[in-house]
Design a protein around this ligand. Structure first.
Ligand SMILES: [Fe+2]
Ligand SMILES: [Fe+2]
Length: 179
């Protein structure tokens, strides 16, 4: 017998995209919140990059993007993905690792270039699109995060581990700042 929830009332609107976390008003667990927040921040930086003209500004922003992506992919690979083995479809997790590797290679290529080089902007743009695709695989309905939330792993506790590892890595990988 269908549940009452299948009855859609007259108030049905044309919102095709159910926004994230509508399920019974529950908030995302800490781990998912933290990872999604990283995603939003890096998306914003890629958008911001589009507005820049000066090589020095581009380089400075790209360095921030690269740092954010390195730290984010590393905490996922060290903590989140391994814990989700067995909870999330294997193929999906395997692809996520391969996509991280692809992103890292592109980051290394860009780091070896100057913003004045031909293809620098193009590579940053392609990296942004690549990351957007990857983020979608993680966040979309039925994707990695959705499957993880259905699993047994305590994602609030994991969030704390992600947070402290992120802080460590930010300090470790950030370029030394002249005072
Ligand atoms: Fe990822
Ligand atoms: Fe991610």
């Amino acid at each position: 017998m269908p549940t009452a929830a299948t009855k859609s009332g007259a108030s049905k609107t044309k919102t095709e995209k159910p926004r994230r976390t509508r399920r019974t008003g529950r908030r995302d667990p800490v781990a998912v919140r933290l990872l999604k927040q990283d995603h939003r921040e890096v998306e914003e930086m890629f958008d911001e990059y589009e507005q820049l003209e000066k090589a020095a500004d581009k380089l400075a922003l790209f360095n921030r993007i690269a740092l954010a992506l390195k730290v984010h992919t590393q905490i996922e690979e060290e903590i989140f993905y391994p814990a989700e083995r067995g909870e999330v479809e294997d193929d999906m997790l395997d692809e996520a690792y391969v996509e991280h590797d692809g992103a890292k290679k592109l980051i290394a290529e860009i780091e070896a270039m100057s913003p004045k080089d031909q293809y620098y902007d193009a590579k940053v743009k392609v990296l942004g699109e690549y990351i957007k695709h990857h983020v979608k695989e993680e966040e979309q309905p039925g994707g990695i995060f959705a499957q993880a939330k259905k699993g047994d792993e305590d994602l609030d506790a994991m969030g704390e581990r992600l947070k402290s590892r992120k802080e460590e890595l930010m300090a470790e990988l950030a370029p030394a700042k002249p005072n």
